[in-house]
Design a protein around this ligand. Structure first.
Ligand code: ATP
Ligand code: MG
Length: 183
């Protein structure tokens, strides 16, 4: 799965809608300190289902909604969409007929939130399943943030195993086994 585009509106420092196109090759985001580079990565992590405000460098989840600036009032909603191409075929079978997959997450100031898959409402579980074993996802290894390499090197063998299982593609089966055992 390859990210084609990210649409951000009302997320952290992004008041107006911003669309970032990711080309075939490497995409670099450059700019002065505080211009919002890391906020783009936070937005990607958030739309993929991140549940921890701390991992998004905030205190509470509401902190991800544009909180106002000198010239602009705070907004009431944040929305991020990620568009993936399915050309490499590394997607669950039910999505193979789509040329692209769009995942959207919205959060309102009253705490209400929504997830959408190709513009239809879905559960967080559906998003998690879509990303399982692809290496993409809020906690997977596709996002290597500051300190992550050190964390992996210093982690316990059982913690490291989680990453290896994700890379090997067995996470999905383990999750299904857990559900089956509960039934
Ligand atoms: P550096 O080069 O220092 O790493 P950066 O480009 O990664 O900087 P970010 O951390 O992405 O910068 O952006 C920080 C900016 O985002 C700060 O100016 C901060 O005020 C702003 N910001 C964060 N959350 C919000 C919010 N909820 N509403 C408005 N602005 C926000
Ligand atoms: Mg930064």
């Amino acid at each position: 799965m390859k990210i084609k585009r990210v649409d951000i509106i009302g997320f952290k420092s992004f008041h107006d809608k911003v669309s970032l196109d990711f080309q075939q090759c490497i995409t670099g985001i450059v700019g002065p300190n505080g211009c919002g580079k890391s906020n783009v990565v936070d937005a990607i992590r958030w739309v993929m289902g991140e549940q921890s405000a701390k991992n998004l460098r905030g205190k509470q989840m509401e902190d991800i909604i544009f909180g106002g600036s000198e010239s602009r009032k705070p907004l009431g909603m944040a929305e991020v969409s990620l568009v993936f191409s399915t050309e490499d075929g590394r997607v669950p079978a039910k999505y193979l007929t789509y040329s692209e997959i769009q995942v959207t997450r919205r959060l309102y100031r009253d705490g209400e939130s929504e997830y959408l898959l190709n513009k239809s409402q879905c559960r967080l579980l559906d998003i998690a399943e879509l990303f399982m074993d692809t290496g993409v996802g809020a906690r997977a290894y596709s996002i290597i943030e500051q300190g992550k390499i050190g964390m992996i090197l210093h982690s316990k063998p059982e913690e490291r195993r989680v990453l290896i299982e994700e890379a090997a593609g067995v996470t999905k089966f383990k999750a299904r086994k857990q559900v089956a055992l509960k039934k």
